[in-house]
Design a protein around this ligand. Structure first.
Ligand code: KMT
Ligand code: NI
Length: 180
């Protein structure tokens, strides 16, 4: 099951869990109300035919999809990509990921600028809103396979922090203040 928690501020290996002491978990409802991040559980064994993913795609207008594998063997420019994924950034569009295999961590900032770590694995689908500061890292398994979705022609460009003057950031902060 997907779990989310507030991170410690240790600068040790990014692939570790980075729990606070004692751990401070956050529910998926609180994750949404504090960040706007949406979560869907998808049945990995039946998703091709059960219609759940199809309905979500239609409702949200996802017209593009592809698959990516993130591992030393499969990702071109691995070290460089891993570094840029973990550099705090935002995008002008949602970041939509459906995990097919493996695992990893998406970290997002809450309204008080605290990092929340979301541990994803097989069957987890996350929608990270446009304009939120976030980052991604593999965990100690060093492997993840995910589907990416997009509305229209994909734009994967990250804008590293600070990007506070971007319209998508201002929109996000407004939504955050009005409680999504
Ligand atoms: C991203 O944009 O951070 C990624 O695509 C990371 C890998 S997706 C599980
Ligand atoms: Ni991103």
């Amino acid at each position: 099951m997907v779990q989310a928690w507030y991170m410690d501020s240790e600068t040790t290996d990014q692939r570790l869990q980075h729990h606070k002491n004692p751990p401070e978990y956050i529910s998926l409802d609180d994750l949404f109300s504090k960040t706007g991040v949406e979560y869907f559980k998808i049945n990995i064994d039946t998703y091709k035919t059960d219609g759940v993913l199809e309905k979500l795609k239609n409702e949200r207008g996802y017209t593009y999809e592809d698959e990516m594998v993130c591992s030393k063997e499969c990702l071109p420019n691995y070290e460089e990509k891993i570094k840029s994924f973990y550099t705090e950034h935002l995008h002008t569009d949602e970041e939509i990921r459906f995990i097919l295999d493996g695992s990893g961590y998406f970290d997002v900032r809450d309204g008080e600028d605290q990092w929340i770590r979301i541990a994803v694995s097989k069957g987890d689908m996350l929608i990270i809103p446009s304009g939120i500061y976030h980052r991604f890292t593999l965990d100690t398994n060093n492997y993840i396979k995910a589907k990416r979705f997009f509305i229209g022609e994909p734009v994967w460009l990250p804008y590293n922090r600070p990007a506070d003057e971007m319209p998508c950031r201002k929109d996000y902060v407004e939504k955050l203040q009005s409680g999504f």
